[in-house]
Design a protein around this ligand. Structure first.
Ligand code: C5P
Length: 311
């Protein structure tokens, strides 16, 4: 291979996600919960530029406040690059420049998108040429949501959320995301759910005995029917996110009052995702939420997973 075959910088883009359905089962000994979830990748992206280097380093910038994002081995993209190097025997390094658009600690898988993008970018930069299956295995070791950020589209996740099967989805769904300045810790929200259930606050919140995505959710996606999806979307973590952040209840009510078909806390929150009937009704809702002093973004899904933009 000639030297020219090795690029000096690779740009990869990976999407954030919404869980249109998130059923949480029992907590296993490893601390993870059994999940049955449906992910949808949406048009809010993380851009990662991987540049050849002798060592490993990360810089972070973008439309989101990146000051809380670690730049050391706690950074999931850094861990992804080092894991790929270890798995392939690559002895060099990389500089990862991450441009964030997905809310930090927002329940939309921004860190997982960074990790997925870093895997794809370093694989191309270093010429390690792993198969998609091998990348998926590394992704699953990095975090429960990382395989989906590689995969994109609409998919059912089981196990920890990392065992994926594509879901048929027709057309496009319009979402308005209301973001929060202050993020929520995912382990803290899962912990809240466990305590809430243990306290027996509501029998209906007991961990379900069998975890499956309800058929109406899959039918609504297959039909591209926003009204049916609005009627069937659900998140078991929402009760816990609302206990941590009671103000989100008001946000949910405000979105419904301004024409959303339905609203849901995204993943572990605090981002709230509103499903809208049309792009126009989403634009209207976005304007209404902004006028009320909230930060709102209009996105659509499904969109593809991590992909190379340029080399
Ligand atoms: O895998 P990831 O690092 O994204 O998960 C963050 C945290 O979320 C885990 O440490 C765990 O506390 C919680 N989690 C869980 N069950 C899952 C996925 C995540 O309890 N299936």
């Amino acid at each position: 291979m000639s030297l020219a075959a090795f690029p000096s910088t690779v740009h990869v883009r990976a999407p954030g996600k919404i869980n249109v359905y998130l059923g949480v089962g029992a907590r296993h000994d490893d601390g993870y919960h059994a999940l049955a979830t449906v992910f949808q990748a949406v048009s809010l992206y993380e851009d990662v530029f991987a540049t050849a280097s002798d060592s490993f380093s990360v810089s972070v910038s973008g439309s989101e406040d990146a000051s809380d994002v670690p730049l050391d081995d706690r950074n999931l993209a850094m861990r992804a690059a080092k894991m790929l190097a270890a798995a392939t025997g690559f002895t060099g390094g990389v500089h990862l420049d991450i441009r964030k658009s997905v809310p930090v600690a927002g329940g939309m898988g921004g860190g997982s998108a960074d990790a997925a993008a870093a895997l794809v970018a370093c694989d191309a930069l270093w010429g390690t040429a792993l198969s998609i299956q091998e990348l998926h295995e590394l992704a699953a070791r990095l975090g429960a949501d990382v395989p989906f950020a590689l995969h994109g589209g609409t998919a059912v996740g089981t196990g920890r959320g990392d065992q994926l099967n594509p879901a048929l989805a027709h057309g496009r769904f319009d979402w308005v995301l209301v973001t929060s300045e202050q993020g929520l810790s995912t382990p803290a929200v899962y912990g809240r759910l466990d305590r809430h259930r243990a306290a027996g606050a509501a029998l209906a919140d007991d961990p379900p005995l069998s975890l499956e995505v309800p058929v109406p959710v899959l039918q609504a996606l297959r039909a591209g029917d926003a009204h049916s999806l609005a009627a069937s979307m659900f998140n078991d973590l929402e009760v816990a996110a609302l206990l941590e952040r009671p103000d989100l209840d008001e946000t949910l009510g405000a979105g419904l009052a301004s024409g959303a078909l339905s609203g849901i806390v995204s993943g572990s929150g605090p981002t709230v995702a509103f499903l809208c009937e049309t792009p126009e009704s989403a634009q209207y809702l976005q304007r209404e939420m902004q006028a009320a002093g909230r930060t709102a973004l209009h996105v659509h899904g499904p969109v593809p997973g991590a992909r190379i933009i340029s080399v």
